[in-house]
Design a protein. Sequence first.
Length: 162
Amino acid sequence: MTEVLKQAADAINSKPVSLEIDHISACWWEKMAIRMRILPATKRFEIRPATLGTMIRISQLLLEIDPNIFKSEGTALDSNYQLYGAHGDNIARVVAAAIENREAVPSEKLVAFIKNNLSASELMAVIKIVLQQLNVMGFMSTIISLRGMSLLNTEGTIASGE
């Protein structure tokens, strides 16, 4: 996992980030195959800079997370348990969408693998990489540039005709 953190600079430079996840919760037959070296003990993925379709998919998933859970009357621990229960699947789907990097829904097999093999701290490190690969600032700059250059903008004046 420390390898992922070392590659954070690569994410900023739009390079793919390699991610290795240990196969922790394997079925009995997978454990046997790992011991016999038929299956690898870790799975290797790459998180590439996000395409527009992936950005839309991940944005939709992140918007489903209710930020008001932390405003509830319970303790921080209660809030964490509510977040795990209500949004744990969404966070795993965000990581899966970043790995698959396409607009389509990520496979349930990949989502289950992420949920069953990443700890909370590892998940946080991967989410940081995913957010860097989204390049939200680049997208926002594009929107701002297009909005400012619009000749059809009826709400503001581009040049004074007087």
